[in-house]
Each structure stands twice: as C-alpha cells, then as structure tokens.
Design a binder for this molecule. Structure first.
Ligand code: SF4
Ligand code: SF4
Ligand code: FES
Length: 709
C-alpha cells in the first residue's frame, strides 16, 4: 500500500504536515492552534462560510482575510490566524461584535450558559466591551417548534447548522430559514411542529442557546451535573451516549460520538424517552398476589422467599420469557440459576440469531462507503434501527444506489455492496448471509427487534449446553422484563402456566396476571454489557441508582437458595461468561469506544430457502411493524406522544399507480371481512407487492389484503 499523500504548510509560523484534503481548521488543530468556528461542522456536509468567525490571513490568496473553514490545506500555504495577524484579529473582532449586535447575552438565565460555544469564544476572542447601546431585537419566546424543542429566536446567530441537519442529514426538510438578510429567521415549514425521528440533534448542534430541550430547560446548570458515558438501550444500534444526571436523576441524554456506530447522532426516542425511569407508575416494591385481596406490596426478603417457593414447586417445568433488554450479565445469571439450578431449559428468546452473518461483519459506518445498498425485509429500517437509516441516506448522498427491490445484477456488479435485512432472524439471517455470499456483497446486517437480543441469546446459551425440551403443562412462567410482559405470545403462555413470576418496571404491566411481580430496572440504572446489531460488545454504566435492588442482586440471593454460585457484581459475572462467548476479553477492557471484533471465519454455507416474496395474487402482503415511538418507555413520556405513528398505510409507487392512488388519498384495506381505512403514503422506499402499517393502526387485518381507493 502506498503512503498517503501529504501536504506541508505553515500556520502561525508552525510547520505542519497533514494528509492531502485535510481542512484548514483540522490542519491548525494538528499544529496545536485553534481556529474558532460557529457554523463549521463537517458532519453537515460542505462548509457554507456563514458566520465568518474563522477568518484568517492566507497566502497565497486574496489580500482580504479568508474563511478558513471553507479552505483545504495546500502545500506551501502560509496561514496567519488572529494570534499572529492584525488583519485577521480585527476581522474576527468585527465579526464577533456583529454577531452580538442582537444577541441578548442572557447567559445567566440561558440553558446553554456554561457549555456554550458563543459564550466561550466571546470570552476568548473579540473585543472586551460593546459599542452598541441601542435596544436589541426581541421576539416572542420561547417559540415551541415542537413539544420537545423550544426556540429562543433572539439568541440565534444564523449559523444554519440546524437547517443543514434537517435538510442534508435527516433529510426531513422541516426546518427552514425564513425571509432574507437582516430579517432571516429559523422556523419550521409552515409553522408545523418539527415532527421527525431525529429532530433532537439540532439542540446539540446549535452553538448558542437558541434551540433548547423542553425537558431540560431550567433543570440544571453545568456545574451541578455529571455526564455518565454509557450506551442507549432502546434499540439494537446501541448509540453511545452521555446520561446527564443531577442529584441522582437523569436530566437529559447527549450523544457521545462513536464514528463507527452513530457519528454523534441520536434518534428522538433515545434522546427523550429517558424520563420513563421516573414514571409515576414505577414499581419500587415487590407485589404478591394474595387470595381475594388482589396484590399487596411485600418486602424483598418475603419476595425472595416466595420466588424460591414458586421455583421449587415448578422445578424442571419452568419456561422463561426474555425481553432482549437484559444485560449480558443479567441474562447469564438468570440462565445459570434456572438452567443449572432448576433444570429448566425452555426459553422464549427475544430474537432468533444466526451466526451465519458473522463473517460479513462490518462497522455501520461502512454503509456510507457502499456503492450499492440493498434494503431487504419489509420492516422500515428507521423504526427498528433509526441510525442505520441515516447511514443509508449518507451512502445515497455519496452516490450509492439504494435498492428496495432486490436487483441481483446491481449487487453483483458493485465493488462494495451491503445488504440490510429487516425481516425475521434465525433462518432469515442465514438466507441473507447465503445471498450475500452468492452475490459477492461485502457486508450484511440484520436488524433485530431488541436492543441486546444478541447478547441475551449468547448469554443464555453460555450457561448450559443442554437442548431445549418441551414443558407440558408449564409449572411456572418466568417473565423477564417489560418487553416480554407486553408480548401477546408470552401473555398466551401465561394463561396456560400454573404460576407466573414477572419482572416489570411499571405497575400495570404484569399485576393482574402474575403471582409475584418483581420491580425491574432500566438500562440507565444498570452496569454491564450489551451487544449491538453489528456484534459490538459495549459497556453500559449505571447513571442513576434504581429505586429497587437490581436484577443481579436478587438473582444472586436466589442462587444461594439453590446452590448456584452467582455474584451480584456485573464484572464478576462477565468474567465468567466472557471466556465462553467473548474470547475472554476482561470487563475493564470493553472500553468507552468499543471496537468491533474481526469478522468470524465463514461457516459452511447453510442450505437456505429464498427470501419471502410478496403476495402473488391480486392482493398485497401486509407488513405490520412496531413503530419506534411505541412501547412502555415512550408511553410514559408526554412530550413524545406527538411522535406516535400517523394513521397511514405505506404503499409503493408501482402499486399506488396501478390502483390510481395518490399520496394523501384515503384508501381502504380489506381482508377476511375486516376493513381499515387509512391515508396513503406513497413511497419509493418499499418494494412492490407489500403495504406497511404501524401495528396500532392495522386492526385485525390479515397478512394478505386488498387495497382500493
Ligand atoms: S437556531 Fe441555532 S443552529 Fe439554528 S441557525 Fe440559529 S444559532 Fe444556528
Ligand atoms: S437509534 Fe437506537 S440506540 Fe440510537 S438513540 Fe435511538 S433508540 Fe437509542
Ligand atoms: S466557521 Fe467559518 S464561516 Fe463559520
């Protein structure tokens, strides 16, 4: 491999050599020099030179100071920043003075105060006092651009970071700059609420306190908070986050850029759903069913006694339903207790994994470099693994073809093709792996439904190597977590089981049908590890103390009763499971920015069937999907309710055209005597023969439907 080409330039008298193509701002950083910026943000696409904060003298070049953020380092360039050039300093002073003409400088009451680039740069650069003594411009404030985001318009410095994010990253086109020149202002399109999966990123991008989170406004000052580095536990992407806490409560979630996983973006569920941990119906004490009196709260000692009794009675006849949100350590401890201690091997696993995809393992960021991305499976990517959608969009902006209908020749002819599968796991994953191999795709991803389904399945398997058996009748159903408790199949099993123990964070979910309900914890309250959809092992850190003992604590206590050695400490449990499942990596080495393990050796190609085809009669195949903005956490966050899915049906352009359906038309779907009327959303991100509806709007429709206006 040849060495990368470099260029050597001088910045403030310091010589620096950087790879060809490096921006001047980054080249200066490499020389240990800061060029201050406001509008510059490489993740938002090409620089726009809007704020002029980065003015420098650049030779060779025009005599006037240049916006450094718009320039690339060139061989022999001589750059003088405000540190060494009078002309650059005067220009920068003028720029800051101009930016502050109408900025209120209300830092003491501004939520950005203390962590604000404008505040910091005004202290470090620019004139020490203002020459402007006229009244500043004011606006109504705050303007709610959605239930989640407030706009204090007078603070805006028109850097266009927010509108560029909306237009070129999320591509939702909802934030706009209205009017021109001095009248320019940020607004939403037609003043509609900013309703999009990734809207909250503009809060973090805004370099001033113009866009703030309605949840975080006036909640904390920067010197009162701690930022705990952890990962989001709400979908299989596993975005790296900081959980900001104050006085033992989570107050907000910020991104913690992992360039291979999330690039510093979060979806609105990950960013805003954290407040479910403080929901009013949070369960803090165990609940025991008492004949004729319903449920009563009992002490933990009593709960552990009762759990022991129920488990003993059902020895060998226990079925476990897992959620996929348990940590690796929690799932392993539970498996060890139930499988080794109680001879019970039957589990309802959250997702069915196949290791056939492991040889095709790649970081999510590799999607952006693909020249062909084939999205297979019919569940919408953005609803299952939102950040993957942003990587696909980035690939498309980079010139990739994104296929929603498999075109084998296009995949075969590509240099770097990636397959993304959002259908069912298990054999589904094996089929996609075989397809990728046959077509020569470089990478393939499966989007599971749960955040740590992979880690949970591996941990469950690591605890014992016996095969699953049959249990009839079920002596005890052990329901681990709210996702399992809300699963209709698990509820059906509960009807058949003699006894039920359920672990749940909230009152209503299991009380009523379980015999014993143990309070559960959230991903923000746990220490441990998760495995994301890439197969990356990531570290979860406890941001706040749960209101009840965490799962490992009471599982270890139960372990003592059944002579199963179990530690209540995640690091100890992990060190037990790691040699079996994670190559012996120590707990402490999982790290803040976890690395992806190398692709596994390719196993023998599995015999596979083809991927599911759409219905081939006159009807269309209905795909019901679980929306991102649904589930126990989202339901408990009032500000997120406006994000719930619209009553609409997604239909491909081909099928819509064939039926004379236009975007926004009210259409009726029929199957087996049931009908549902919904608004049509015509999309080119869906293959022909399939229609898609969010679960909550699909009623009793069957998998094959007829569609008409
Ligand atoms: S609202 Fe913030 S991000 Fe948007 S243009 Fe104004 S200052 Fe920039
Ligand atoms: S994309 Fe997934 S992991 Fe990332 S913030 Fe959203 S829910 Fe959390
Ligand atoms: S940072 Fe260069 S013009 Fe804004």
């Amino acid at each position: 491999m040849s060495a990368p080409e470099t260029v050597t330039l001088t910045i403030d008298g310091r010589k620096v050599t950087v790879p060809k193509g490096t921006g001047l701002v980054e080249a200066a950083l490499a020389a240990g020099i800061e060029i201050p910026v406001f509008c510059y943000e490489p993740r938002l696409g090409p620089p726009i030179g809007a704020c002029r904060m980065c003015l420098c003298e650049v030779a060779p070049g025009p005599p006037k100071p240049q916006a450094a953020c718009t320039l690339t380092a060139q061989d022999g360039m001589d750059v003088k920043t405000a540190l060494t050039s009078d002309s650059a300093r005067e220009s920068q002073d003028a720029t800051l003075e101009f930016i502050l003409v109408n900025h209120p400088l209300d830092c003491p009451v501004c939520d950005k105060g203390g962590e604000c680039p404008l505040q910091d740069l005004t202290f470090r650069y620019g004139p020490g006092s203002s020459r402007m003594d006229f009244p500043k411009r004011t606006f109504d404030k705050p303007i709610p651009i959605s239930p989640l985001i407030a706009l204090d318009r007078e603070r805006c410095i028109l850097c266009y970071r927010c509108t560029r994010f909306s237009e070129t990253v999320a591509e939702d086109g909802q934030l706009i700059a209205r009017n021109r020149g001095a009248q320019s202002m940020i607004a939403t399109f037609e003043d509609e609420p900013y309703r999009a999966h990734f809207s909250g990123n503009v809060i973090e991008l805004c370099p001033v306190g113009a866009l703030t989170s309605t949840q975080y406004r006036f909640q904390a000052r920067p010197w009162e908070i701690q930022n705990v580095p952890t990962v989001c536990g709400l979908c299989p992407v596993g975005c790296n986050i900081h959980a900001t806490t104050r006085e033992g409560k989570v107050k907000r979630i910020l991104s913690r850029n992992h360039p291979e996983v999330d690039q510093g973006w979060l979806c609105d569920k990950g960013r805003f759903a954290f407040s479910h941990v403080r929901a009013e119906d949070r369960l803090t004490d165990p609940l025991l069913r008492v004949r004729r009196r319903g449920f009563e709260e009992v002490s933990w000692d009593r709960a552990v006694d009762e759990a022991e009794r129920l488990l003993r009675e059902a020895h060998g006849r226990i079925v476990t339903a897992l959620s996929g949100s348990e940590t690796v350590e929690h799932a392993y401890a539970l498996a060890k207790l139930l499988r080794r201690g109680l001879d019970s091997h039957v589990a309802v696993l959250p997702d069915e994994f196949s290791d056939a995809l492991d040889p095709l393992r790649m970081p999510l960021s590799s999607i952006a470099d693909a020249d062909v991305v084939a999205v297979l499976g019919d569940a919408p990517v953005v609803e299952r693994a939102p950040i993957v959608e942003l990587w696909i969009k980035q690939a498309k902006r980079g010139g990739a073809r994104v296929l929603y209908e498999l075109d084998e020749d296009a995949v075969r002819g590509a240099e770097h093709a990636v397959l993304i599968w959002s259908g069912p796991g298990g054999q589904g994953g094996a089929r996609v792996a075989a397809l990728a191999k046959r077509l020569g795709a470089r990478g393939a991803f499966w989007l599971p439904e749960t955040a740590n389904g992979r880690g949970v399945c591996d941990a469950w398997a690591a605890a014992a190597d016996t095969e699953p058996g049959e249990v009839e009748p079920i002596g005890l159903l052990f329901v681990s977590g709210d996702e399992a408790a809300a699963n209709p199949d698990v509820r059906a099993l509960a009807e058949k089981a003699e006894r039920v123990i359920a672990v749940s964070m909230f009152h209503g979910l299991a009380a009523g049908w379980a015999d014993l309900v143990l309070p559960g914890t959230s991903y923000l309250e746990r220490d441990g590890t998760y495995v994301n959809l890439e197969g990356r092992l990531q570290r979860l850190r406890r941001a706040v103390i749960p209101p009840a003992p965490d799962e490992l604590a009471w599982i270890a206590k139960l372990g003592e009763r059944f002579d199963v050695a179990l530690s209540p400490y995640p690091s100890v449990v992990f060190d037990e499971v790691s040699p079996i499942t994670f190559g012996g990596v120590p707990f402490g080495a999982v790290g803040e920015h976890a690395r992806l393990p190398a692709p596994a050796e390719a196993p023998a190609a599995p015999e596979t069937e083809p991927l599911p085809e759409p219905a081939d009669d006159d009807g269309l195949r209905l795909v019901r999907y679980r929306p991102l903005f649904s589930g126990a956490a989202v339901e408990r966050v009032p500000e997120l309710q406006f994000q719930r899915p619209l009553a609409e049906v997604q239909i491909s352009e081909t099928d819509a055209h064939a039926r004379g359906i236009r975007n926004g038309d009210e259409i009726t779907l029929r199957s087996n005597g049931t009908s549902v009327s919904l608004r049509a959303r015509v999309t080119n991100e869906l293959r022909g023969g399939v229609v898609r509806i969010a679960d909550e709007h699909a009623g009793e429709l069957q998998p094959s439907v007829e569609v008409a206006r």
